[in-house]
Design a protein around this ligand. Structure first.
Ligand code: PGA
Length: 248
């Protein structure tokens, strides 16, 4: 049976208490073995409380800055997140790119900083509707991948998350064929950049309106290794059901 990673992206939702409640419910709903396939990206302000609870699920912040300390008002340190038990970081999410103007060059620095701090970066990429409709999908994600991995050594761990911007929070999920085409393309660029061993060892998650009723079909695609889930990761039932439907 294919092992599928289910990573939740809570965005700016849940306070520390709600996060703890969610994680303890999640633990009760899953076997210790299943729990290893889950991850949660939570607001950085909840990391400390979650760390204190000794939770066993891998977690991390939704953004890190590319410097570890200094005069960078309002930013989050990857090292501090690591000290709060984080093992992962989310980098280059489309909301960071679109709302906060983050570039692929900055994303690459965040990937590097994550590694220096001992976090595994999950690099997000994806095209807008306009880019898809004008036939630029492959060119856009190729550039995001090449620039975002600038300076990466193939021994450094990385996950990718393909998230078409038009599918995020819209209820419009990519079809299994559309997602597979993009994932296979990303795998081939990874092969070109880092060799096939690295490309095959890099999980590529799909994100964008993943729900219990579409995770089964998506998971059958050979290059889809898991999901990055926004809205449906806010409730334990739907988060777990996405996973279960992807295992059948
Ligand atoms: P969504 O968000 O599942 O609510 O579409 C996905 C994401 O932004 O990572």
């Amino acid at each position: 049976m294919k092992k599928m990673i289910c990573a939740g992206n809570w965005k700016l939702n849940k306070n520390p208490e709600e996060s703890l409640h969610f994680l303890s419910q999640l633990k009760e709903s899953l076997s210790p073995e299943e729990l290893k396939d889950f991850a949660v990206f939570m607001p950085a302000l909840s990391l400390y409380t979650v760390a204190q609870s000794g939770v066993e699920i891998p977690y991390g912040p939704q953004n890190v800055f590319w410097q570890s300390e200094g005069a960078f008002t309002g930013e989050n340190s990857a090292d501090v997140a690591k000290g709060m038990g984080a093992s992962l970081s989310l980098v280059g999410h489309s909301e960071r790119r679109q709302i906060f103007g983050e570039t692929s060059e900055q994303t690459a620095m965040k990937v590097q900083r994550s590694h220096e701090a001992g976090l595994l970066p999950v690099l997000c990429l994806g095209e807008t509707l306009e880019q898809r409709e004008s036939g630029q999908t492959k060119a856009v994600i190729t550039e995001q991948l090449k620039k975002g991995t600038e300076g990466l050594d193939k021994s450094q761990p990385l996950w990718l998350a393909y998230e078409p911007v038009w599918a995020i929070g819209t209820g419009k999920v990519a079809t299994p064929d559309q997602a597979e085409e993009a994932h296979a393309h990303l795998r081939s660029i990874m092969t070109e950049l880092f060799g096939s061993d690295k490309a095959n060892a890099t999980p590529i998650l799909y994100g964008g309106s993943v729900k219990p009723d579409n995770s089964g079909e998506l998971s059958k695609q050979s290059n889809i290794d898991g999901f990055l889930i926004g809205g449906a990761s806010l409730k334990v039932e739907s988060f777990v059901q996405i996973y279960r439907n992807s295992q059948s």
